[in-house]
Design a protein around this ligand. Structure first.
Ligand code: PNS
Length: 161
């Protein structure tokens, strides 16, 4: 019997969007276990604290029994290794994502050659969606209701609206 595959889906998730959820749904059907790993220390100043980001993710991924949400700090490859993960899952929306993702995947492979980065494509409807644009829309009073889960709409309203 082949070994169960644990995949890590790392990111800022500031906040989680419908695009992230689309990828989580796809990942949860492919991998035996999917750990959504929320980066604690970001170069950019996050809108939501790590606790808030995790809370929102836990609430919206509740239905998937093989999905867990955790916080990680430090090197992603150390974290992945310590969880016995063999895959890092990342989403690629447009060609513009590719360069940054390629650099990161290659650097991660150099650090840990046994862990593969698997790129996944979100549904076309989410190919333009990013947490950054969602925050900008929310700050300016634009419509975010089709872009993020209802809980996140509320949290955004409470934070910036
Ligand atoms: O959602 P993001 O902001 O694109 O996620 C980026 C993230 C958190 C996955 C990336 O910055 C990361 O892996 N940080 C952890 C530190 C690390 O391992 N850096 C070396 C990567 S080449």
């Amino acid at each position: 019997m082949s070994k169960p595959v644990t995949a890590i889906y790392p990111g800022s998730f500031d906040p989680v969007t419908n695009g992230h959820l689309d990828l989580i749904a796809r990942g949860a059907t492919i991998f035996d276990q999917l750990i959504v790993a929320v980066a604690q220390n970001l170069e950019k100043e996050p809108l939501f604290t790590v606790k808030e980001r995790v809370e929102m993710l836990e609430a919206v991924t509740f239905e998937w029994k093989n999905v867990e949400v955790e916080v990680f700090d430090g090197l992603l490859m150390d974290y992945a290794r310590s969880h016995g993960a063999s895959v890092v899952m990342r989403g690629i929306r447009a060609v513009s994502d590719y360069e940054y993702e390629l650099q990161m995947a290659m650097m991660n492979r150099k650090i840990e050659p046994d862990i593969e980065t698997v790129f996944m494509l979100p549904a076309e409807a989410y190919s333009y969606l990013s947490s950054r644009l969602v925050k900008e829309l929310a700050r300016l009073g634009g419509p975010v209701k089709d872009l993020v889960p209802p809980l996140v709409v509320e949290r955004l309203r409470a934070k910036v609206g």
